[in-house]
Write a protein that binds this ligand. Structure first.
Ligand SMILES: *Cc1c(COP(=O)(O)O)cnc(C)c1O
Length: 396
């Protein structure tokens, strides 16, 4: 007997019409969806080479960098992350990573798979790294590479004083890799001014683009290290010395670029350039500010202190009397509204509410605040839903 199925009777695709206010993906702009239904050309077609150049230029604008080596990596944010860590970290190198959130742990995992030795700088989940602790960790371990998470999606914390961290690293001759997945296009990020050597990002957070082609930028110092490795990077697919052939001067085949994802990224980045990057950061602050005012007026607390508040990901403490999972499924079932719960040390303690890209607009924010207030009340939490709605509306 074989288990091969007969032609399955699968219906047409009709996903529910969700409002995406979780940790990503965010709602995709209609113009980006439209760009995804335009015809394919070959990945070496002269017209596509032009598209590649435009995407690189738009990425430089969005990262605030002049780095020649700025590309979309085929794959999700984790692919860009692995391209960064797997190429920069050589066997025998030491990489310093943070312990204050979920993604520092992923950095550690990738660095050790690349053959690196991992050392840690500690801060509690829900707090940023303190430069003094980073300095101490450098003095103790003399790492070759330092990774940090600019916008920690698991805790809703924005790492402030980035220039101080990069200064410490450079004084110790180390390279800096920044996770900017949840900050790019949503929160102030200045790769060159802040002296970040390598930054990777993702398209489906504040760029409001479907996942699939993920921004990466390296300065010349970092690229020199990559191009002078003694051993090739362990991943063939993500080997930047080989990708150089496709994205560099030569434009030779390495792997087939995900054409449709590059189209969508181009349109998403065109929207960033039209809005203006600084206006876009400001819009995220305003929209998330109205959201924050609403949840605070209801009587709830933000998890992160005001100085480290991350507008693109709002971590709100779960109020007494309700269970986070019940609230999250009620919002999905009754309001078609997606938010998420906490991870790791903050599991069960916070809601994670995204306010990213096309989702960072008045209609989403007012809908979120009223649906959340209603739901919490109906599940028995003592929050003032009306006060929340009026606080939010007065700021929109
Ligand atoms: C989402 C995210 C990633 C991983 O991106 P994927 O697209 O899920 O692979 C990495 N770092 C941070 C901070 C993120 O929020």
């Amino acid at each position: 007997m074989s288990d091969v199925p007969d032609a399955p009777d699968v219906g047409e695709l009709t996903p529910p019409n969700r409002t995406l206010m979780g940790p990503g993906p965010s709602d995709v702009h209609p113009r980006v969806l439209r760009a995804m239904s335009t015809p394919l050309v070959g990945h070496l077609d002269p017209s596509f080479i032009e598209v590649m150049n435009e995407v690189q230029e738009l990425l430089r604008y969005t990262f605030r960098t002049g780095n020649q080596w700025t590309i979309p990596v085929s794959g999700t944010g984790s692919a860009a992350m692995e391209a960064a860590i797997g190429n920069v970290v050589e066997p025998g190198d030491t990489m310093l990573v943070p312990t204050n959130g979920y993604f520092g742990g992923r950095m550690a995992d990738m660095a050790s798979r690349a053959g690196g030795e991992v050392v840690e700088v500690d801060a509690p989940w829900g707090e940023p790294l303190a430069p003094e602790d980073v300095e101490d960790a450098f003095d103790e371990h003399q790492p070759d590479v330092f990774g940090f998470v600019h916008a920690e999606t698991s805790t809703g914390v924005r790492q402030p004083r980035v220039s101080e961290l990069t200064r410490i690293a450079h004084e110790h001759d180390a390279l800096v890799i920044a996770d900017t997945v949840t900050s790019i296009g949503g929160v102030e990020l200045r790769v060159d001014e802040w002296d970040i050597d390598v930054a990777y990002a993702g398209p489906q957070k504040c760029l409001s683009c479907p996942p699939g082609a993920s921004p990466l930028t390296l300065n010349d110092t970092a690229m020199d290290k990559v191009l002078s490795r003694e051993e090739p990077a362990r991943s063939w697919y993500l080997d930047l010395s080989l990708l150089e052939g496709y994205w560099g001067e030569e434009r030779a085949y390495h792997h087939t670029a995900p054409i449709t994802n590059v189209y969508s990224l181009r349109e998403a980045l065109r929207l960033v350039a039209e809005e203006g990057i600084e206006n876009r950061w400001e819009r995220h602050r305003e929209m998330a500010g109205a959201l924050k005012a609403g949840v605070e007026a209801m009587g709830m607390q933000m998890n992160a202190a005001e100085e480290f508040w991350l507008p693109s990901l709002n971590a709100v403490r779960v109020p007494e009397g309700v269970e986070d999972g019940e609230v999250i499924s009620r919002l999905l079932d009754e309001y078609d509204l997606e938010i998420a719960g906490g991870l790791g040390d903050l599991s069960g303690e916070i809601f994670r509410i995204g306010c990213m890209g096309y989702s960072a607009r008045p209609q989403n924010v007012s809908y979120l605040v009223s649906a959340l207030g209603e739901t919490l009340n109906s599940l028995g939490a003592d929050v003032d839903a009306d006060a929340g709605v009026s606080a939010t509306m007065s700021q929109l």
